[in-house]
Write a protein that binds this ligand. Structure first.
Ligand code: ADQ
Length: 490
């Protein structure tokens, strides 16, 4: 039996009882934006909202996040709160306001130019500026003040998300040691030799050890974290329990592989609307007699987009019989475009797409269709369903949810997943075809293998992949974190 939304509701009712449940993340689950004279409430595409929105609806807690919408301030009360979701107000969203300088230093600077490259092995060197670090500390304190204000003298669980808020649990506990906190780190944790270049590594690790529970996607990241603790600070490590004891305080370190809402995606993908959308895409891009590959990413240097294009180039050169027959549809969501490294990546991808298409195009066929825009969720499902194969070629990735969305959408039990070994998802999705994205020739060979795989084998693999994702869905992830959190003796 797989976990359902209802199981999660029941767990919350029994385990959380009347304690206040607070989620804290940089990104908000609902954004208010101006649309002419109206205000629109938008749900950003995010695995996190899918996972935690049902939890929040069930327990009616508070979600604290950075208010980033241009109409966000217009809908909040005097405590910067607004009830969400708009159609069924059930929990409160408390917004934190950041100045342009604070956003630059904390979000673009320390989070995304220092911590992001530090934690991903993608050969992009982190940039450390003391001013960014100071802003990061200041903004973590702003979040802590808001959380403490929400808690007052109640008993509370606080569930902190990601690398933007590494110092938060420590700052909360300094004021209110009774609060129980858990944090989930959505990106990899690098090995200690890599991590030690961070000038404030000790403070970051100490900050994270303010938590009672610290989660990563896979055991390997937990081990890297424990080894980093061992190298950087004074603490006792209990490898048996996977725990760190520092100044008599214990932090449990646990793997919780994140996932998607398998049932919902499967239902949506089987709908008549998606079938029509598939037809529309086929007509627009003239795909009717083509073998279609699909990739879906934020444009980020960790996702290995250039490596994928080079492998496709190699494949077409080595197997010219596939020219005019194979098309790679690359959906690319612009991301962090104010950071230089990302600007350079965009130029590199544009060049490669242009070069490869120029080299092979013939008549109205070109091998790469590059769609750089935010795509609606139904649009993405239609692309997944059209695909003969889906390529995920990350150089390093905490989990990678595109893999699980692709699998959940394949209600027809067909389609091949080509998957980088360097994703968290590779640990679970063992029926994928694995690649090393740096090994261009092997990668090209794997594209051929995916295309030529007999239908029976494709289906057998996809059936197993679907079973894995169905069993390990997003509700299991949330349920496991909450069970572990509530077992901490409160
Ligand atoms: P991300 O690095 O953002 O997440 P990923 O897990 O692949 O990576 O999620 C990307 C999401 O963006 C998917 O839901 C996908 O559908 C969506 N998306 C991509 N391109 C899009 C487009 N053009 N239009 C609309 N939507 C698009 C971080 C970590 C991951 C980890 C997640 C969750 O880096 O390793 O899996 O958090 O913990």
């Amino acid at each position: 039996m797989s976990w359902t939304k209802e199981d999660l509701h029941r767990l919350i009712k029994t385990k959380l009882a009347d304690r206040l449940f607070i989620v804290v993340s940089n990104r908000e689950p609902y954004i208010h934006i101006s649309s002419g004279d109206e205000i629109q409430c938008v749900v950003p595409v995010s695995g996190l909202t899918v996972a935690l929105d049902p939890v929040m609806r069930a327990c009616g807690g508070v979600w604290v996040a950075h208010g980033s919408g241009d109409a966000d301030r217009r809908v909040v009360d005097e405590k910067n709160r607004v009830m969400v979701p708009p159609d069924e107000p059930s929990y409160s969203l408390r917004r934190i306001w950041l100045t342009r300088e604070e956003e630059d230093g904390y979000y673009l600077g320390f989070s995304n130019e220092a911590l992001w490259p530090l934690c991903h092995l993608a050969y992009a060197p982190p940039i450390f500026y003391e001013a960014d670090w100071n802003t990061y500390k200041k903004v973590n304190q702003l979040f802590a003040d808001a959380v403490l204000d929400e808690i007052g003298d109640r008993q509370a669980f606080v569930f902190i998300q990601d690398y933007h808020l590494a110092l938060l649990s420590r700052l909360i506990k300094a004021q209110n040691p009774q609060v129980t906190t858990a944090q989930f780190w959505h990106i990899p944790w690098a090995n200690p030799e890599v991590f030690r270049i961070c000038p404030w590594g000790e403070e970051l690790v100490d900050g994270l050890l303010g938590n009672d529970l610290l989660g990563f996607h896979i055991g390997y990241h937990c081990d890297n974290f424990l080894n980093t603790v061992n190298l950087l600070i004074e603490a006792r490590i209990d490898y048996e329990r996977s725990a760190v004891i520092r100044n008599d305080k214990t932090t449990l370190i646990r793997p919780f592989p994140i996932s998607v809402d398998f049932d919902q995606i499967s239902r949506d993908a089987a709908s008549e609307d998606i079938k029509q959308e598939m037809e529309r895409i086929r007509q627009t891009w003239k795909l009717n007699d083509k073998i279609v590959g699909v990739s879906v990413d934020r444009v980020d240097y960790t996702k290995g987009i250039p490596n994928r294009l080079l492998a496709l180039d190699k494949f077409l050169a080595k197997y010219p019989e596939y020219q005019r027959r194979v098309v790679l549809l690359q959906l690319a969501e612009p991301s962090r475009t104010h950071i230089r490294k990302y600007k350079e990546l965009n130029l590199e991808i544009d060049d490669l797409v242009e070069e490869i298409n120029w080299k092979y195009q013939s008549g109205d066929w070109k091998p790469i269709i590059y769609i750089r825009e935010h795509c609606s969720p139904p649009g993405i499902l239609a692309f997944y369903r059209l695909a003969h194969f889906c390529i995920v070629s990350s150089l390093h990735d905490g989990m990678n949810l595109v893999t699980k969305e692709f699998i959940s959408s394949r209600v027809d039990e067909d389609g091949v997943l080509i998957l980088s070994r360097f994703t968290g998802a590779a640990r679970e999705l063992t029926e994928a075809l694995f690649i090393n994205p740096y090994a261009t020739d092997d990668f090209a060979e794997t594209i051929r293998k995916a295309i030529e795989m007999p239908k029976r084998q494709r289906q057998a693999r996809m059936r197993k992949l679907r079973h894995t994702v169905e069993q390990n869905n997003i509700y299991k992830w949330a349920g496991n974190v909450i069970s572990e959190l509530t077992n901490l003796g409160l």
